[in-house]
Design a protein. Structure first.
Length: 326
């Protein structure tokens, strides 16, 4: 009987040594990703190792629980470090009212607002990925970080909506300037204003609906400007046609006048020649003197007529030049 008890004691001692060695191995894995797997093996040994005296089992279990407590403390410390890092990484500087992120929003920096908001969103997206995938985080800290991330996303959305509201007003102001230019300024000058204001509006960080709305408005305004150009072109073409008609009518009158002067010159030259013949065959000196007077009068008429013809030819050349160059 004593021999049987000795055998049981020896077996219990061997099992205790085996379990103690397993627990020592677990102790070396505190804080390691392999800890859980080894801990399960140790738990299984507690269930399957027999015989094992109760006092030894309780002492070993207490040691096992202490190692678990140390491991949890180690995990929490690592998780605290990770939480602190991620909390700092998602930090977005805000104005006192929490509406404008990054602390960089002067309302004159219209074109930069979208880039800053996009940069802030990229920061939060990157932090969200890290929160999901950082193995150091315990569930409690992961949940806490997601709550903070959610709050920061809300602030970012508030900033985006505030920015959209401010920039909508700025876009409306710029559009109105373009509208009044197209409505009241000469088309060429209005075109410069239109292009400038359209470019400024399209560069603003607007909501999708506002972007589409202003694109449509500027398209309608462009059509109005084109209509004004067409109206002015038509008026110019009409004035040009009327001017050309007047020039052609004037040229026609000049040509008719030239024909009359040329006919007059031809007739007077014929008269002069006829009178010279009469003068040569005059039957008396008195008649010859009278014919001579007629010749002098006709020659004076010829001089005036030739001067008029030169002036008419000059006017005709000018009129023809104007028509060719128009």
């Amino acid at each position: 009987m004593a021999e049987t008890k000795s055998v049981d004691a020896k077996a219990s001692e061997d099992k205790a040594v085996q379990l103690s060695e397993a627990i020592s191995g677990l102790e070396d894995l505190v804080g390691s990703s392999d800890f859980i797997g080894h801990a399960r093996s140790v738990q299984n040994l507690f269930k399957t190792l027999h015989p094992l005296h109760r006092s030894e089992r309780e002492a070993l279990w207490e040691r096992y629980q202490e190692i678990w407590t140390n491991h949890k403390a180690h995990l929490r410390a690592d998780s605290e470090t990770a939480r602190s890092e991620l909390d700092s990484a998602m930090y977005i500087d805000t104005s006192p009212d929490g509406e404008l992120p990054l602390g960089l929003f002067g309302l004159g920096d219209w074109e930069g607002m979208g880039a800053k908001l996009s940069a802030a969103k990229a920061v939060l997206d990157e932090v969200e990925s890290r929160i999901r995938n950082d193995p150091r985080l315990i569930p409690e800290h992961r949940h806490e970080l997601f709550q903070r991330l959610h709050d920061r996303r809300n602030k970012l959305q508030q900033a985006r909506e505030t920015t959209w509201s401010v920039l909508h007003d700025k876009a409306a102001e710029l559009y109105n300037e373009a509208y009044y230019a197209v409505d009241g300024m000469p088309p060429r000058e209005a075109l410069q204003v239109f292009k400038e204001k359209q470019g400024l509006v399209m560069a603003l960080y607007l909501s999708r609906s506002d972007k589409e709305k202003f694109e449509n408005w500027f398209q309608e305004l462009w059509q109005k400007l084109q209509a004004r150009y067409e109206e002015r072109r038509h008026a110019y073409e009409q004035r040009k046609a009327e001017w050309r008609a007047r020039q052609e009518a004037g040229l026609e009158r000049l040509l008719e006048a030239r024909e009359k002067v040329e006919a007059f010159i031809e007739r007077i030259e014929s008269n002069v020649e006829a009178n010279k013949d009469r003068q040569a065959s005059a039957y008396s000196s008195d008649f010859a003197d009278r014919v001579g007077e007629w010749i002098r009068e006709d020659e004076e008429k010829l001089e005036d007529a030739r001067h008029s013809l030169e002036e008419l030819n000059r006017k005709i050349r000018d009129a023809e030049d104007r028509l060719r160059s128009s």
